[in-house]
Every structure is written in C-alpha cells, then in structure tokens.
Design a protein around this ligand. Structure first.
Ligand SMILES: NC(=O)c1ccc[n+]([C@@H]2O[C@H](COP(=O)([O-])OP(=O)(O)OC[C@H]3O[C@@H](n4cnc5c(N)ncnc54)[C@H](OP(=O)(O)O)[C@@H]3O)[C@@H](O)[C@H]2O)c1
Length: 300
C-alpha cells in the first residue's frame, strides 16, 4: 500500500512510498483512510526518524474490516481514528476500538480527522485544570491546532479567554471563536492568570509563571518555541506546572467533540487542505506558522 514515509532526500523529509500492510490485532478494526490531519508533533518527530519511518496519529475513513473480537463499529462505518504509536499516514491502518469514534452523517469526514490529538488535548488539558467559570485562562499558540480548540472549549466552560499569538495576522478570527482578548506574545496580559494552556514554552513560560495567581496551574502542552526555560525561583505562593500528556483511549472524547460540532458549539478551522502528494507543501506551511488551525491531506 502507499504511505507517507521519511525520505531524507525529500523536501520536508517526507514523500509517498510503498509500505507493508498493517497487522490487525483482535481488538482492532482495519480502516481505509480518506483524510489525514497533520499535527506539529508528527512533523517535528519525523525530523529525527530514519528513512522509511511512517509517522502519523490522526485520520478518518471507512471501516474495511470489523474487529475479530466483535467490539467496535461494523465494516462500512465512517470513523475518525487515532493511534497510540505513530505509523498511520497510510492507505490502511489498524486501530484499537477505543481509539476511534463513529462519525455522524452530518459531520464532514475531513473535519472530523482534526479532532483526536488537537481537540482531545485541548479538552483534557482544560478538564485537568479545574473549574473554568469566571476564571482567567491564557492559551498560547492560540492560532494553531490545539490553540483554536482550547479557545473555544475554555469559552464554553465560562472562562475569560486570553488568546496569545505571534502576530496580529495570526490572531484573526480568534474573537469569533470566543476569545475575550487577543494578544501578541504576553503584551498587555495582566495578573492573575488562573489556568494556562501553554503550547509555546521557552522564556515566555517563565514570564507566564510570574503572572499566575494563587492556586493557578500551567499545563505545559508543547514547546513549539524549541527553547528551554530557566526558572529563577519556584518558591512563593501556591501554584503549579503540569507536564501534560494527552494519554490513550481517546474515542469517547472524540465523540463528545463531535456532539459539540453537531450542536454548533465547536468549529473546526481547516486552514490548509490538499492531496497527500503535497505533503512537503503542507508541512512547510504548518511548521512555518502559515496555517490557521489544522492542515488536512486527502488520500486520493
Ligand atoms: N503533550 C501532549 O500530549 C501534546 C498533544 C498535542 C500537541 N502537543 C504539542 O503542542 C504544541 C502545539 O501543537 P499544535 O498541533 O497545535 O501545533 P500548531 O498547529 O503548529 O500550532 C502551534 C502554534 O505555536 C506557535 N508557534 C509555532 N512556532 C513557534 C515559535 N517558534 N515560537 C513561538 N510560537 C510558535 C504558532 O502560533 P503563532 O504563529 O501565532 O506564533 C502556532 O500556531 C506542539 O508543541 C505539539 O507537539 C502536545
């Protein structure tokens, strides 16, 4: 079958190649993939992988073969899927039955593909941060995949949402998604912050720590700045930093996010879409911070 694999000579280090068919476990369905959603982590990880490695967590498509155990959806069901380990940017993938959700008829399959890593990360990071009603929530990297879901979900939870972006152009549309303030970096952000979903890391994270109020929490989701942070002192008032990880069994949370979409309460912004043969272009746009929201590839 065809897959997107690491090729150290290719622009962006990825190109279409031949790969072995997946081995399907008893508690897994075989899915014929139609749409792949890119995550920063897929692309960043591919930089350090050897030739032939197939990356990829998120994709949607149709069940080609139901699980031998009898669990999960039947053949023919439209599903959105993710994988515990990478290896899923291919025509077919084997998926654990608790890492997928059936896509309702009124939800676009390509949009659904964007939900597992980015949407579930935003949801779980907020759920781990306590009540949101009336709290001041900062989302950094708010223009990106995790960021746009986080802004919307924090607003749904009743928070005062501050969306931090790299430039005014990158902030476009975030107020419509529910941001009360859109700021560049930490410009004009005032204390106290109660919850922070940080996708950027580096020195900015230290500045955020100083803005955190009593009992506040920072969820360290990502380090897109690729810079390290050095904290002068962690002594003082009670506040915490969590090293966030999304964790497994995403199916039920993906289904919940699709319910929000059906109710018109959650929007998916697909900022780049094209054939999977254009992976180099899509990766360049995402890593170059030119995609507003998610990039989706069509397996054509
Ligand atoms: N821990 C977990 O379980 C988990 C799960 C999902 C994602 N992640 C991580 O979370 C981060 C966000 O993921 P994503 O998929 O949302 O990525 P994304 O769509 O690429 O968005 C990241 C955002 O970060 C900002 N950014 C990018 N490069 C930057 C730089 N050099 N300096 C400052 N800001 C920069 C950009 O905003 P501006 O252009 O507006 O600056 C961009 O919109 C990534 O690091 C990813 O690996 C972790």
């Amino acid at each position: 079958m065809r897959a997107l694999a690491v090729d150290t000579e290719a622009p962006g280090r990825l190109r279409l190649a031949e790969a072995p068919e997946p081995e399907v476990g008893a508690h897994q369905v075989l899915v014929a993939v139609q749409h792949i959603a890119l995550n920063y982590g897929d692309l960043n990880g591919a930089r350090n992988r050897p030739a032939g490695f197939v990356p990829g967590w998120d994709a949607s498509g149709v069940v080609a073969r139901a699980a031998a155990s009898g669990e999960g959806p039947p053949a023919g069901a439209r599903v959105v899927t993710t994988m515990g380990s990478q290896g899923g940017w291919a025509e077919r993938r084997a998926v654990d039955v608790d890492e997928l959700a059936v896509v309702p008829a009124d939800i676009d399959l390509a949009e659904a593909a964007t939900l597992p890593v980015a949407g579930v990360t935003a949801l779980r990071a907020l759920q781990r941060s306590g009540p949101l009603l009336g709290r001041r929530v900062l989302v950094t990297g708010a223009s990106g995949g995790v960021g746009r879901f986080a802004v919307q979900l924090a607003a749904l939870g009743g928070a005062h949402v501050i969306a931090s972006v790299g430039s005014s152009a990158r902030g476009e549309g975030l107020r419509t998604l529910g941001a009360d303030e859109v700021v560049i970096g930490l410009e004009s952000v005032t204390a106290p912050l109660h919850v922070v979903l940080d996708n950027v890391g580096g020195p900015q994270l230290v500045s955020i720590w100083r803005l955190l109020g009593e009992g506040g929490v920072i969820q360290c989701i990502g380090t897109t700045s690729q810079q390290e942070a050095s904290f002068p002192s962690l002594v003082g008032m009670r506040r915490s930093i969590e090293a966030f990880t999304k964790g497994p069994r995403s199916g039920a949370d993906i289904a919940y996010l699709m319910q929000l979409m059906q109710a018109g309460r959650l929007r998916v912004d697909v900022g780049w879409r094209g054939s999977w043969s254009r992976i180099a272009e899509a990766a360049d746009a995402l890593l170059g911070r030119r995609v507003a929201g998610k990039a989706v590839l069509d397996v054509d």
